[in-house]
Design a protein around this ligand. Structure first.
Ligand SMILES: Nc1ncnc2c1ncn2[C@@H]1O[C@H](COP(=O)(O)OP(=O)(O)OP(=O)(O)O)[C@@H](O)[C@H]1O
Ligand SMILES: [Mg+2]
Length: 281
């Protein structure tokens, strides 16, 4: 296990969150989710880990972030790409299947990149008519037998972007309505929509709460004292450090809010101090 400060953690660097993961799988049995939690709590790491675990749970899954998406068309292209990049064969088969139908005209190009990858481009027409390309997207995915999990990060930032493009709120409402329709028409696709600012507050302010009221609201908090202690110990072990239980409990009592981020931060400072066993005096 490696100490990471700042960037999302993956693979064996991702620690625990078992309770949250189980709760999310249970909730996804029946609903799509809106995961809202403060910055640096570990949302992106958790989403990527869920996507990694998804095949064992019977889902095909993709992660994407829509932070920085310029507009609705860009959002849609990111969705197509996320599916195409992670599941090139599936995307290629799907696109081939619809190639001769009106649906096929939306997809400009599916080309091979490297040994495994596939990149996808939408036509200018598809970009202009993003609601239709959203429908096509749903139809492509619903052609599959396995359910899909789409983990979309930073959705509230994208909605704020739409509100900046049109401060009447109409554009944001229309986008959220279309996204809701996509969720409802394609029940085989589960969505995990996440962000660190309250989408619920934004939609409430603009009177568009009904566009997200099918989503089950969920959040993410700090580690329990027990998990935090285990985490600190696991980090110490992987760096060959001997952290006495008193030292660990001192660190955790000083931290108070036991975010894995803070634990990583303190641990990285410890690594900088020295490689000798550390004692509280
Ligand atoms: N399960 C975990 N195991 C180990 N470290 C973690 C875990 N979750 C989060 N972290 C730590 O917290 C930091 C922030 O995690 P992450 O980027 O996933 O949070 P976030 O909520 O997506 O943040 P932001 O709101 O800035 O996008 C990581 O760099 C890592 O140090
Ligand atoms: Mg994040």
């Amino acid at each position: 296990m490696q100490c990471h400060v700042g960037s999302p953690v993956e693979g064996e660097d991702f620690f625990n969150r078992k309770k949250e993961i189980n709760a999310i799988w249970r909730a996804l049995d029946s609903d799509s989710l809106l995961l809202l939690a403060p910055r640096r709590v570990g949302k992106t790491s958790l989403m990527k880990h869920l996507v990694y675990l998804a095949p064992d749970k019977g889902y095909q899954a993709s992660y994407l972030t829509v932070e920085g998406a310029a507009d609705e068309a860009d959002f849609m292209e990111r969705l197509y790409r996320a599916v195409a990049e992670n599941h090139p064969n599936i995307m290629k088969t799907l696109v081939d299947r619809v190639a001769d139908s009106p649906l096929g005209t939306w997809v400009k190009r599916v080309k091979k990149v490297g040994a495994l990858g596939v990149s996808i481009e939408l036509t200018a027409e598809a970009k202009k008519h993003w609601p239709e390309s959203m429908t096509v997207f749903g139809e492509l995915l619903s052609g599959l037998e396995t359910p899909w999990l789409l983990a979309v990060d930073e959705l509230p930032l994208f909605i704020l972007k739409l509100l900046r493009l049109d401060d009447s709120g109409k554009r944001a409402v229309s986008f959220l309505h279309n996204l809701r329709e996509l969720r409802q028409n394609q029940p085989g696709v589960r969505w995990l929509l996440a962000g660190s600012i309250g989408l619920d507050t934004v939609t409430g302010r603009y009177n568009m709460a009904d566009t997200i009221n099918d989503l089950r609201l969920t959040t993410l908090g700090p580690f329990s004292v027990h998990s935090a202690d285990d985490f600190l110990q696991a980090l110490a072990r992987s760096y060959g450090l001997d952290l006495h239980p008193d030292v660990r409990s001192h660190i955790l009592s000083r931290l108070q809010w036991l975010l894995p981020y803070y634990i990583q931060l303190v641990f990285s400072e410890l690594l900088d101090v020295d490689n000798r066993p550390i004692r509280v005096t």
